[in-house]
Design a protein around this ligand. Structure first.
Ligand code: SF4
Ligand code: SF4
Length: 191
């Protein structure tokens, strides 16, 4: 018979021996492997009582950062939304009014900023795309909810606290070179 493709394999169809037909040696072999695992170091943890330590660059829940003076960094440029492959980010831009300079870093800011966590695949593209160091992913995991609406995170959940002691440290998410590049005032988008 001619092979249909070059990848086809002739399989052996040999008759099973007596021991193969009664399956006992195979079952005992399987049990030996199972019992062997009982005395090894466990690779599982008793979640949620015990939680694993996540890597510093784990991609979990997002945070919208403030600058050193507590102003929101996001300028509603929309680059994160464009970069998002899951179309999970939506925002509404607004113009900063006189007297709001202490709240928003740029003349334009996001009056509404939402991430649909049901769509998000935690790829980190939004973090990469942001020219203002405004959005980062964090080590915090997104918890399950009973209602879908609760998984659409708005600014109330995403923007980090004003209190400097409660700010979220994201310095380990970037290499020193990237950090230096993003803080270089020579580039207009860093000013
Ligand atoms: S992590 Fe990826 S999927 Fe999630 S919001 Fe950012 S770009 Fe979209
Ligand atoms: S988070 Fe960054 S990329 Fe997204 S709208 Fe704000 S400034 Fe632009």
């Amino acid at each position: 018979m001619t092979n249909l493709t070059s990848r086809s394999k002739i399989v052996s169809n040999k008759k099973m021996t007596f021991w193969e037909r009664i399956y006992l040696p195979a079952i005992l072999g399987g049990l030996r492997i199972t019992f062997g695992h009982l005395f090894r170091k466990k690779t599982t943890v008793q979640y949620p009582e015990v939680q694993r330590e996540f890597s510093d660059i784990y991609r979990g829940k997002h945070v919208l950062k403030r600058d050193d003076e507590g102003r929101e960094r996001c300028t509603a440029c929309g680059l994160c939304a464009v970069a998002c492959p899951a179309e999970a980010i939506t925002m509404v831009a607004a113009e900063r009014k006189p007297g709001e300079e202490n709240l928003y870093r740029e003349e334009k800011y996001a009056v509404v900023y939402e991430i649909n966590m049901l769509r998000c695949i935690f790829c980190g593209d939004c973090e990469e795309a942001c020219p203002k160091e405004a959005i980062f992913l964090t080590k915090e995991i997104v918890h399950s909810e009973y209602h879908r609406d609760e998984l659409i995170y708005g600014k109330d959940v995403l923007v980090e606290p004003m209190d400097p002691a409660k700010r979220i440290d994201v310095s380990k998410r970037q290499t020193p070179e990237v950090l230096a590049f993003k803080q270089n005032k020579k580039f207009k988008h860093n000013r």
